[in-house]
Ligand binder design. Structure first.
Ligand code: ATP
Ligand code: MG
Length: 217
């Protein structure tokens, strides 16, 4: 922890900006697909660290049944603790309610300095929806998006390019090749409910936690 503060200070003193990746999601539960894409993004873009940021529970109960944040945070801690470049951020959970990514990015710029480059890591299904995000055009100017392919999702890139404009699209939206794991939290929840195996889909510690806490039954 102290090393990171020192490192942050040195970066700002030398004018060499930090590059931070943000991996947002419900993480209900976090799985190897999330971890593999984050690690690929870190390596390809030489990110200094990646913040895994579980979303808050929706304020109204009408929303789908999402596991309490405490469990999702715990699983995210367990899944990321063996990677020294991965951290868990509870920023959105502590803020509560619906968090707009643009506000999260503003907070991170305030915390780490305006010169820090922020890279939001998303899957192809989320990239497809990006134009519908709150203030999406402004958001794409403020940070980068690293999009990993997701089996089963086709993206119309020229539609995105038209929406965001050629310059912002080319400079701020990056597509990467990842191991392309066909894993989803929905499938994991269904497997647990049906008494099927989730081995090799989630880290072992997460698998143990799910059974110990009797989640997704
Ligand atoms: P759910 O089935 O509950 O929607 P999920 O597996 O899609 O869960 P999320 O927490 O919704 O997981 O996803 C967080 C982010 O990770 C999103 O940007 C999503 O597109 C991306 N993502 C999740 N799984 C994969 C995967 N296997 N490959 C690529 N991207 C993924
Ligand atoms: Mg999803």
């Amino acid at each position: 922890m102290r090393w990171q503060v020192l490192r942050q200070f040195l970066f700002s003193a030398w004018g060499d900006e930090m590059k931070i990746g943000i991996m947002g999601g419900t993480f209900d539960p976090i799985h190897l697909g999330h971890l593999a894409m984050a690690e690929s993004a870190r390596e390809i873009f030489e990110l200094d660290k990646i913040l895994f940021m579980p979303s808050a529970n929706p304020p109204h109960k009408v929303e789908q049944n999402i596991t309490p944040a405490m469990h999702r945070v715990m699983m995210t801690f367990l899944a990321t603790k063996s990677n020294e470049n991965f951290e868990v951020s509870q920023a959105e959970i502590l803020r509560g309610g619906i968090s707009y990514t643009i506000d999260t990015m503003k907070d991170l710029h305030e915390k780490f300095g305006e010169e820090t480059e922020l890279f939001f890591i998303i899957g192809a299904d989320s990239l497809k929806d990006l134009p519908t995000w709150h203030k999406s055009r402004e958001l794409v100017k403020k940070c980068h998006f690293i999009a990993a392919g997701r089996p089963g999702t086709e993206i119309n890139l020229s539609e995105l390019e038209n929406f965001f404009g050629e310059i912002n699209f080319n400079r701020h939206i990056h597509r990467i090749e990842t191991p392309g794991l066909e894993i989803s939290s929905t499938d994991i929840r269904e497997r647990v409910k049906a008494g099927r195996s989730i081995k090799y889909l989630v880290p072992e510690l997460v698998e143990e936690y799910i059974f110990k806490e009797q989640l997704y039954k």
